[in-house]
Write a new protein. Structure first.
Length: 259
């Protein structure tokens, strides 16, 4: 897969050293001023790290923010253990299984589970998305308080999930959470601004069947797969149950009963 042209932008002079280090890590140019010569810019500014497109119809900045905004609201008013992801993973009463989020993305589902008391390991293989997630976790720890306590239950590893699961040496996760990016229909391609930015970077997860099989080999109790409500299940083993919402659903692959 050919990645789009990307550069790292130092939004202010005091961000130059950080931007230069990140550019070296990602093997891309480092800029001190905005340029539309690159379709995507990874921007270092005083609020952290953000991804932006440069085209005329570009969506706004995307950054990982566990402290304020939508995730703060969801933490306080999102429905607790009644949320679909919590039910799919198996939270019930005092039960808080250990979770491996093998397609972490921006870390939103993992943060919800950690906020509810789960220990969560996050894997992300796309380097730019991984950099955004790592930045968000670091800023959350620096913020202190409740948010820092939550992210202390989140362990992030930048790695290919299939390879990592096949060579796993950490404690075996009870539940593995998957949210692979699938081929889209044009009518639904621009629903979220994150997808407009991330799809050129991450592409479609054409290895999703292998990802599911690796998860089924590793998880001790359950694998859950987040899907669009009308999307087909991943090719291969059939799910044993599902939980459906208005726009999405979870396919559940039960291996042992959680208790």
């Amino acid at each position: 897969m050919t990645l789009p042209s990307l550069a790292v932008l130092a939004a202010t002079p005091d961000q130059h050293a950080r931007a230069a280090g990140l550019a070296e890590r990602l093997a891309c140019p480092c800029l001190d001023a905005f340029s539309s010569d690159y379709p995507l810019l990874l921007q270092c500014d005083d609020d952290g790290l953000a991804l932006r497109a440069t085209g005329p119809d570009a969506p706004g900045l995307v950054r990982v923010d566990f402290v304020e905004g939508a995730l703060a609201h969801r933490r306080q008013f999102g429905g607790g253990a009644g949320q679909m992801v919590a039910r799919a993973v198996g939270l019930k009463g005092a039960l808080r299984p250990s979770v491996l989020d093998a397609t972490a993305g921006l870390g939103r589902d993992a943060f919800v589970l950690a906020a509810l008391g789960c220990e969560v390991t996050l894997l992300e293989r796309q380097p730019v998305i991984a950099a955004l997630l790592e930045d968000g976790l670091q800023r959350a720890l620096q913020a202190g308080g409740e948010v820092a306590e939550i992210v202390s239950r989140m362990r992030f590893i930048e790695v290919d999930a299939i390879a990592a699961m096949d060579a796993w040496e950490l404690p075996i996760p009870q539940v593995i959470h998957l949210d692979p990016m699938f081929p889209h229909r044009e009518k639904s391609a621009l629903v979220k601004k994150e997808m407009r930015l991330f799809r050129p970077l991450a592409g479609d997860d054409m290895d999703a069947p292998a990802l599911l099989e690796a998860a089924l080999r590793l998880a001790s109790h359950r694998v859950v797969v987040k899907r669009a409500r009308k999307a087909p299940a991943i090719e291969g083993r059939a799910p044993t149950a599902e939980i459906a919402g208005q726009s999405s659903r979870y396919d559940i692959y039960g291996l042992r009963r959680l208790a």
